[in-house]
Structures are given as structure tokens and as C-alpha cells.
Design a protein around this ligand. Sequence first.
Ligand SMILES: [Zn+2]
Length: 504
Amino acid sequence: MMNLTNNSRLLVCLPLAAFLTCSLPAQSPITPAPKDPAIAAALQQASPDHVRATIEKLVSFNNRSTLSSMDTDLPPGTGVSAAADWIESEFKRISADCGNCLEVKRDDFIEPPQPGPASRILKPTKLTNVYAILHGTDPAQAERRVLVTGHYDSRNSDNFNTHDPAPGANDDASGVAVSIESARVLSKLKFPSSIVFVAVAGEEQGLNGSRHLAKLARSEGWQLEAVLNNDIVGGDTTPGDAGADKTVVRVFSEGVPANAALDQIRVIQNLGAESDSPSRELARAIAEISKSYFAPSSQHASAGTPAGKPHSNLIKVVPSFHPVLIFRRDRFLRGGDHTSFNMEGFTAVRFTEWRENFDHQHQNIRVENGTQYGDLLKYVDFNYVANVARLNAATLATLAAAPGIPQNVHILTAALDNNTELTWEAPKGMPAGATYEVVWRDTQDPTWTMVQSAGSATTIKLPISKDNVVFGVRSVDAAGHRSIAVLPTPTRPTRSFTPPPPKS
Ligand SMILES: [Zn+2]
């Protein structure tokens, strides 16, 4: 008997006459993937001090309104263009530290004026996105990309005010700090596929920078597998606010893809696939990855009990940090740069702190009736931003290390029976030793719960009714890095039942 190890699960193969028959391991509940020691060490390097330095520097540009790029009267070292130059220099500095491992680029363009009374851009305006590419080391996979972004522009109460302070410490210097910090800690590592670290402008005037970059990515044929947008991830710290929770970050994901055509929406309706867009599968992947790198910690249930109160010995287990998946595209009345990527058909989600303080966003700095307004540095929790950066970096690293997502994933629907038969094709550059996993969950469950390895096969038959669960297929490399799962589509279009014509 010989044993082939498969991602710590055993594939048992018996020599039987002239054939080798292998029985795959049975289905089992999903457990966190093994921690990758190199990724874990990189996450340790994410530093609240570096995050603070980045956010302080961005705040020092006084007002990062995108419209300030057209001003000619700004003091040196202020305004959005100076901020863009600094971000570019920061990516180059990081690159110099890793033997020029990053390709640093600018996406400069002129945004035309917006029409209509609600226009937030009145004249042709220069915009700059800055990005750095850590190219993959496997020629067969280097074209695959994952991307992290934040917007470096800011605003105060008046969209057209480019001179009074608009510190934008939380919205969104915090998101830019996540992108830069991810670049700093991950650029020391090598991945088979590529990672793009981004800072965009024009978010506050209507997602202009991200829209341009998403269209650029589409026109240049970027094989973008995941976009992580970080916007307002500062962990607002307002004295007296009991609702803040520094152990969680929200991850927003669209249900029905923003760019779905009417016939695609019909298929989604027929399949009950409203909660299985590629972006939502990305959100599920983030939730699973977080469990590998953020261990639960235990604390006394009475922690924080005022002195003099009886002490309880009850211990509760609290995750040290984790995402909360919000199953909607964004918050009420608000938008973000992930939607620009969704509109171009890319897989993209948004990270945002648990509880926003709207007095600290898009506001002139002032005190009114004892309330301090303004997006000030003092409300940002740098430890919190560092944790968000760790979760982003863990996700980027895992997906960049994992094989590509399985292609042409189908569920066979020819027979009316209580089994499930799935087929798929290998992603380009599937590395040696990589395998596939089928995951599933009850239809009312938010995340994948069960898994069965398919080994290296590209088809599987399971004695589980396809009507009762939702399936996904993902690839896993020999070290256990898992790709995003793919929802299978029926081999023939699912249509509403049409009764056969009556026999004459
Ligand atoms: Zn924002």
C-alpha cells in the first residue's frame, strides 16, 4: 500500500491486479488551511508605526482634493499632486529595499468635466493613479494578478474647496496605508503570480480614478482574480463611543454582478445564485484565510468589569481580529472604488471599519456645540489599520501563492437524480502537486462548510443532491494555499420548466 499525501489529507491507493485504485478521503467539515510560515512572518512585519508614518505624511499635504491638481497657487508640498509624487516615491523606496522587485507606474489622464447641476468636476482635470506591480515568478502564472487599493484623494465639506484642510486621515489615508504596508511586507517574498499595490484619486468626485484604472486593466487584458478595496479602515476612535469594535472589519461584496446582462440575471435567478457572485466567493475566501492567521484568543468574560464588582472566572473565546461579511455591495448612500472594478466585470470587495463616525468624514475641521468635526489623525487607531493591512496581506499572499481558479466549472444536469456530478478544467499553469477541492454549504449558510478533495481529477460524483446545497470548486497547491471557489454552472442553460406540447 502506498500513501500519497494530499494537503495533509491521505489519499489511499491500493494496488489491485494491474490497476491502482484510489479512494478519495470522505467529506469533512472545512478547517482553516495550514499557516504558511513565510506569510505569517510577513504579517508580523506589518507595523502600526509604519502605518502612522504613512497616514501622517498624507495628512501633511493639507488638502488632497483631486481638483487641486489644477491649482497654481498652492504652497509647495501641498495638494493632491504632491501626494501622488510622494506615493510614487514611497513605492520606489520599497522597491529599492527588495532589489527593485516592484515595477512602479503612474496612470496619468485628464478627466473631462461632468455635465449637469450635480457636477463635481467643472473643467478638464488631471488625475493620477499610482501603482506598483510585484511580478510573479512562475512564467506560466505571472499574468494572474490580485490587487489592493485605497484612494489618496480627500475632501472637506465643500467639494470645490481645495485650500482649507481636508486631512482625510481615515477617508482614505488609512486605505492607502494598507496598500503601501502590504507592498512593504510582501515585497520581501516571491509568489508564482503577481500582486498590484494601488493608490487611486478622484474617488470623491465619482470613482473617477478607479474607473479609469479598471478600464485600463480591461483594455490591457489584466487577469485580475481579486480586487481588495480599502476605504475608511482607520478604526475610528471617538471618546465615549461604546459601539466601536476593534476586533472586526466589514467586507462588503455584491450579490448579483454589477455588469450582469439580462440573460445572465435570468440564469442567476433560476439557479438561486444571488449570493454566489465571484465577489462574494472572494469574501468567503477572505473569511477562511483570516482563520489561518488570526488565532482566537481567550479572555475573561469579566474583562472590563469595574473595580469592586464580583469577579467571574468565565473564559470566553474571542477572535483577535476577523472580517464580518456584509452581503451587500456597499453601505447606504455610499459608493466605493470596488464598484468601478465590478462594473468592468472584475471580482472586487470593500473593507470598511465596523462603525463609522460621520462627523469625521467629508467635514471642515471645526467645533460646533461641543462636537469636533473633521477627519483628523487623532481619531485613527494605527493598531487597527495594521490589522486590516495584515488581513489584506494574508489574502493577497494566499491567493498569489495558490493555483489559479478552476475553469469551465459545470454541474451536470442531464439526469434527474439525487447525486451531483461536477466537471472542470485546470487553470493555466496549474502547478505540479496541486489538487482540487469541492466545497459546499446548505443554501441558507453564509460560508462554505464542507469539503471533499477530488485529488488531481477534474470530475467528481457525490451522493449529495444538487438541489439541497450550493457547490463550489477550488484548486489547492501542495502547501495548502486555496484558490477562490467557483460556482458551477449547469452544462445546459437552466430554463423555467416548459410543459411539452400536447400529443395530438
Ligand atoms: Zn473614501
